[in-house]
Design a binder for this molecule. Structure first.
Ligand code: NAD
Length: 269
């Protein structure tokens, strides 16, 4: 990533909490914010040594404070505690990116209840708890950005994704409510709806498709894109980082309650 990005908001001194930022899209967004001078709270699961490497690497590369909070997004008390801790240690939470997410695919009649519960908790309810904890401070300071990483599946459906599609549609709905409740206060709330991004979450689906169709993984990736994404190109975490940064820029001050599709044309069809 270069230091010359269009549309870069100056976020010096701001604090961003990015859930699920030990990997994929969340990490891409955290990097963009760090590059813009923002202090960061990383969150997510993974190997402790690798997470510490990521944390220290970001802090050193961009000269900002980077903390790690391992709050499990299925635990409302830990989600709310993460916002309280970040406020105590870094002075505020100005930007909240609700990004943590998981996937499981199966027909509704075969969908395990535990998977349904986990997807609803991580992909949707965690954003309710984090937003509830972060909004009062944002309003008090007269500036805040809540960015919910929904999905094309927040706007349209695919078979075998009942929990994911329900959670992402719910997240898009909650985005509108939080936007309305805070309109005019300096706090905005928007959703970003990505199409296919080649992260570990999608890699597993590509591997499954390869197995089902008896093809190699790269042919399965092409098939996956062809079925939904007219550009036939993956969206990148860097592009989503740029989109999130735009939502924090002065140009986006009146954008609230909306869903921004970054999906290579998926939902235009
Ligand atoms: P990923 O698997 O690379 O990253 C998911 C992140 O969430 C990881 O950091 C993981 O540790 C974290 N996480 C998972 N369970 C958690 C828990 N219980 N507590 C805390 N953290 C937890 O996946 P990704 O593709 O980067 O997904 C990020 C978000 O983007 C998800 O909400 C996903 O639904 C959404 N999204 C992804 C795509 C895509 O094509 N990859 C498309 C649209 C939307």
């Amino acid at each position: 990533m270069t230091k010359t990005m269009g549309n870069s908001a100056d976020l010096s001194g701001r604090v961003a909490v990015v859930t699920g930022s030990t990997s994929g899209i969340g990490y891409g967004i955290a990097r963009h914010f760090a590059l813009a001078g923002c202090n960061i709270v990383l969150n997510g699961l993974g190997d402790a040594d690798r997470i510490e490497e990521t944390r220290a690497g970001l802090a050193e590369e961009f000269g900002v404070s980077v903390l790690y909070d391992g709050a499990d997004m299925t635990r409302p008390d830990l989600v709310r505690g993460m916002i309280a801790d970040a406020t105590e240690r870094l002075g505020s939470v100005d930007i909240l990116v609700n990004n943590a997410g998981i996937q499981h695919t199966d027909r509704v009649e075969n969908f395990p209840t535990a998977k349904w519960d986990a997807i609803i908790a991580i992909n949707m309810s965690s954003a309710f708890h984090s937003s509830a904890a972060a909004v009062p401070g944002m309003r008090e300071r007269g500036w805040g950005r809540i960015i919910n990483i929904a999905s094309a599946h927040g706007l349209v459906a695919s078979a075998n994704k009942s929990a994911y599609v329900a959670a992402k549609h719910g997240l898009v709905g909650m985005t509108k409510v939080i936007a309305l409740e805070n309109a005019g206060s300096g706090v905005t709330c928007n959703a970003i709806c990505p199409g296919w991004v080649r992260t570990p979450l999608v890699e597993r689906q590509i591997e499954q498709l390869a197995k089902e169709n008896g093809t190699d993984v790269e042919s399965a990736a092409v098939n996956l894109l062809s079925a939904k994404q007219p550009s036939h190109q993956f969206v990148t975490p860097e592009q989503l980082g740029g989109t999130a940064l735009f939502l924090c820029s002065p140009a986006a001050a009146q954008i609230t309650g909306t869903s921004l599709s970054v999906d290579g044309g998926w939902t235009a069809q």
